[in-house]
Design a protein around this ligand. Structure first.
Ligand code: ADP
Ligand code: TRP
Length: 323
């Protein structure tokens, strides 16, 4: 059995890009009996940017609710909060002492911000080591991540190998990155990659009115209503195609090519499709958000499963390092 572990950022609510690009694939992996799945919300990492306590809690709840609403089965996956396992920060210190300074100075996540050093806190600099700790602590074999995390996984492997080499021992499992090249990039309402940081998201968990406003704001060109339109250059069509059946896509293509079909019509069709596709998830999300105790309790159950594994790793480390 492979232990498959991944971390989920809790920097905001989960959007359509997160659901199609991360949540659904991770749930599919967790449902395979050959995988021992660990999924956690990286709320310690979020402190590098978010200081507001209430906002952090809200983000954690909304993130957990989205995953649970999308069907994550907490019996098939260990689903927990990073900060519930204090061993993670202890291990981070040990790993820090095996991490060459230049390796962190060369990390993209730091370099991208290094021209404005006064904005960089030491936590942000150390972000990759906390991430290595997340992975190494649970003896993870495989770590499914997006391409942007490739370098962080290389750093994790290097640190694990450095400790094993120092103590001439298999102290740590050296994890493999599973980079999902095939996952497509979901476009946002402005045609760029859908991302919280671009403000171009479609948040399928919003109340109907707000969701409709988001869908109606998808950018299109100014082809007049009567004229034929090119489906293949249209954001609305691209988003519709991600959710619709083959038949529905074919009908929509004909609507575009035939003329007398406005972008407003297409946006309404997209809105209706989102409502029907995510009907169960939206209802479940609202129920969960109305019952935060249930969510905290699910996360606590996950932490109770994760903790003994973490404690065991810490025992090994303390033993080889002479503590
Ligand atoms: P954001 O860009 O909104 O901050 P994150 O970087 O937190 O999103 O991404 C969380 C997960 O969702 C990652 O696995 C990432 O690959 C996936 N993801 C985010 N945006 C998209 C998108 N537009 N298309 C496909 N997958 C996405
Ligand atoms: N850094 C990851 C991201 O930005 C989130 C993360 C934190 C993570 N710890 C992890 C991913 C451990 C995989 C394994 O998406």
């Amino acid at each position: 059995m492979a232990r498959v572990l991944t971390g989920i950022q809790s920097s905001g609510r989960q959007h359509l890009g997160n659901i199609l690009g991360a949540i659904r694939p991770a749930i599919a992996l967790a449902n395979q009996p050959k995988n021992d799945s660990f999924l956690f919300i990286a709320d310690l990492h979020s402190l590098t940017t978010i200081k507001d306590a209430e906002l952090r809690k809200e983000n954690v709840l909304a993130t957990a609710a989205a995953w649970l609403a999308c069907g994550l089965d907490t019996d098939k996956s260990c689903f927990y909060l990073q900060s519930d396992i204090v061993e993670c920060t202890e291990l981070t210190w040990y790993l820090n002492c095996f991490t060459p300074y230049p390796m962190l100075a060369n990390a993209h996540s730091f370099k991208d911000k290094a021209d404005n050093l006064s904005d960089v806190n030491a936590g942000l600099f150390d972000y990759p080591v906390l991430m290595a700790s997340d992975i190494i602590l649970y003896d993870a074999n495989e770590v499914p991540v997006g391409k942007d995390q490739r370098q962080h996984l290389e750093i994790t492997r290097d640190i694990a190998k450095a400790v094993n080499h120092q103590y001439k021992d298999e102290v740590f499992v050296v994890p493999e990155a599973k980079i999902s090249e095939s996952v497509m990039t979901i476009p946002g309402s402005d045609g760029r990659k859908m991302s919280k940081s671009y403000g171009n998201v479609i948040d399928v968990f919003l109340p109907k009115k707000k969701l409709k406003k988001q869908v109606m704001s998808v950018v299109t060109d100014s082809t007049p209503l009567e004229d034929p339109k090119d489906p293949d250059t249209c954001n609305v069509f691209a988003l519709y195609s991600l959710l619709a059946s083959e038949e529905e896509i074919a009908v929509m293509r004909q609507n575009y090519l035939g003329g007398n079909y406005g972008f407003g019509h297409a946006k309404m069709a997209l809105f209706e499709l989102i409502l029907s596709e995510f009907e169960t998830e939206r209802t479940r999300f609202d129920e969960l958000m109305a019952n935060p105790e249930y969510i905290w309790n699910e996360l606590k159950k996950g932490a109770d499963k994760a903790r003994p594994i973490a404690q065991n790793t810490i025992k090994r480390v303390r033993n080889v390092m002479g503590y």
